[in-house]
Design a protein around this ligand. Structure first.
Ligand code: SAH
Length: 215
């Protein structure tokens, strides 16, 4: 979903190169240098305003997180949070998630998160869905062996499509939730995204899958 432009967002991003990566191609294969340690790297594609990634980064200082979104304005809101919390283990990437292999070397990423991705319900837009086979191929390339995708959404159509797309690709669906918030064990550690808070407060069910590549 498109968000209205925020005045001053480009300047704000440019003023914070410690968090906003200006030339991400330069760090392909070198993210450990950028973070200054060899902690596992988890990325969120379509991170929006960053509640999830900053929440996760606070809980898991032993993990490096990279928030990726193609909308500058939403990333600028994520930057607000990173600055307020002063998080050393988060980087923000203003790029299109369809080109991830330009920014990450083979096996450089330990986990891919997709949260409330745009559903693109029309069949002619299937290729834009972040769980379309071409996206899966790129995730597989940049992920460690037997890497995982953790995906949550309130959109039943996109969820159904994604389960089918992932299994057709040969991924193993390790765990599937048809009502995430009804699972007390998971809810305790669940970090909510902005969309998740909004939709679940309206009574929408949240779906989730953990899927693993075989290679
Ligand atoms: N994950 C957030 C935002 C969900 S909205 C949340 O749950 O609250 C989906 C986001 O994905 C939008 O911010 C949109 O800009 C981004 N997005 C969609 N397609 C993308 C792509 N190909 N590459 C990067 N970001 C994308």
């Amino acid at each position: 979903m498109r968000v209205r432009n925020r005045k001053g967002a480009p300047e704000m991003m440019a003023e914070n190169p410690q968090y906003v990566v200006e030339n991400p191609e330069m760090f392909k294969g070198k993210w450990a240098e950028k973070f200054g340690n060899r902690h596992p790297i988890h990325i969120e594609v379509g991170s929006g305003k960053g509640a999830f990634i900053t929440g996760m980064a606070q809980l898991h200082p032993e993990i490096n997180y990279i928030a990726i979104d193609m909308q500058l304005t939403v990333l600028s809101y994520a930057l607000d949070k990173v600055l307020a919390l002063n998080l050393p283990n988060v980087q923000l990437l203003h790029v299109d998630g369809s080109a991830l292999t330009n920014y990450f070397a083979d096996g450089e990423v330990a986990l891919v998160y997709l949260n409330f991705s745009d559903p693109w319900p029309k069949l002619r837009h299937e290729k834009r869905r972040l769980t379309y086979k071409d996206f899966l191929k790129n995730y597989e390339t940049i992920l460690v062996e037997q890497g995982q995708i953790h995906f949550k959404t309130d959109n039943c159509g996109l969820f159904e499509y994604s389960l089918a797309s992932m299994s057709q690709y040969g991924m193993i669906l390790q765990q599937v939730w048809l009502d995430l918030h009804a699972d007390d064990t998971f809810s305790e550690k669940n970090v909510m995204t902005e969309y998740e808070a909004k939709f679940s407060s309206k009574g929408q069910v949240i779906y989730r899958v953990e899927a693993q590549f075989c290679s």
